[in-house]
Design a protein around this ligand. Structure first.
Ligand SMILES: O=C(O)CCC(=O)C(=O)O
Ligand SMILES: [Fe+2]
Length: 353
């Protein structure tokens, strides 16, 4: 009688996550040289709660018509005020934290080589391409149109489904508000961007405390690829910075608030009316930081270019069109220090217009 072979042991960890490194007794006061990243702190301005970083940059949603503008503002306000219950926010933060707390030997199964795998745990951004690593670990899960979920921890599955579903609803309202501000028909926008099958990606970021926070970076400057990213930061801990006119501004979100970042597809679709937010995350000496970034795009197979009525109004398209799936894959397979894909899609640079 043939005996059944015992199950194969799990593969050894392929990467050292930074959480493990930060917790190891070997890490004293100097970080390893492959985490060295120079940030010009002189360029960073402290935040001014008065006017520096609006959590939603309503000026990006401008229409020349003041009535349209105020309707859009009201709609956006509604979307955000009636959003996500506090316990759901706490639940998703706890579930994600539980994932990062799984024993290291249980994590290799979530570490596929392929950058477009639907469930991917890793460190830095793309360690295959990078010599300098960033001080963060991540969990990325594709949650729509197909819902994927890691089978552990138990606490994550249901809450992931519910949380990302709520975020999709909120994003549709945001898209509705923006469409109105740009005088575009909402049904037209939903249809051309195929929002029923929107590609949605859940991202958990874990930044352990770092003995030399000025010598490294949590996430280097980047733009998110989709339409809107909704960011939730545990305890609103500072670390996120947004670039405006060559200066970096700290964002200090109020407790239980969410940050809405405009992504590249919205800049392209709006023919430059909405500007994609360039941002980065710095790390903290004493406290760990956990953020949840849910990226919301159009359908994967949509070829996104400037909306036809806007091109007509503006007398031309300012951006090339590209299938969203190719855009995402191209961004994922780069290292962070290369040229931004958005720049490549611009047909004219501001100094040429
Ligand atoms: O952790 C943060 O504050 C930023 C995260 C982020 O930008 C991202 O995941 O794309
Ligand atoms: Fe981001």
């Amino acid at each position: 009688m043939a005996s059944t072979a015992p199950p194969a042991p799990p593969p050894p960890p392929t990467i050292t996550c930074v959480k493990h490194l930060a917790e190891s007794a070997n890490l004293t006061s100097i970080i390893p040289s492959n985490y060295a990243y120079y940030t010009n702190s002189a360029q960073t301005k402290a935040s001014d709660p008065g006017d520096s970083i609006p959590i939603i940059d309503l000026s990006l949603l401008t229409s020349d018509n003041p009535d349209h503008k105020s309707t859009a503002i009201r709609d956006l306000d509604n979307a955000l005020n009636h959003g996500i219950p506090e316990e759901l926010m706490n639940g998703i933060l706890e579930g994600t934290r539980d994932f990062f707390d799984l024993p290291e030997e249980e994590k290799p199964e979530f570490q596929p080589k392929d950058v477009v795998s639907p469930i991917r745990y890793g460190t830095s951004f793309n360690t295959e391409k990078e010599k300098i690593f960033c001080w963060r670990d991540f969990l990325k899960v594709f949650v729509h149109p197909h819902f994927n979920f890691p089978d552990r921890p138990e606490s994550l599955r249901e809450i992931l489904l519910e949380y990302t579903g709520r975020i999709r609803k909120m994003v549709r309202e945001l898209v509705g508000g923006v469409s109105e501000a740009m005088e575009l028909d909402q049904d037209y926008v939903e249809e051309v961007l195929k929002l029923d099958s929107s590609f949605q990606k859940f991202g958990g970021n874990f930044y352990p405390p770092c003995p030399q926070p000025d010598q490294t970076i949590g996430l280097p400057p980047h733009n998110d690829p989709g339409l809107f990213t909704i960011l939730l930061i545990h305890n609103g801990l500072a670390g996120l910075q947004i670039e405006r006119h060559g200066q970096w501004f700290e964002v200090n979100p109020p407790q239980n608030s969410m940050i809405v970042n405009v992504g590249d597809q919205l800049e392209i679709f709006s023919n430059g009316r909405c500007k994609s937010s360039r941002h980065r995350a710095v790390v903290n000496k004493l406290r760990e930081r956990l953020s949840i970034a849910v990226g919301n795009g159009p359908g994967k197979d949509v070829v996104v270019g400037p909306a036809a009525p806007l091109v007509e109004k503006d007398g031309g398209a300012l951006y090339r069109s590209m299938k969203y799936q190719e855009y995402v894959e191209s961004q994922l397979s780069r290292s962070f220090n290369g040229k931004s894909i958005l720049e490549e899609q611009m047909m004219f640079h501001e100094d040429q217009i």
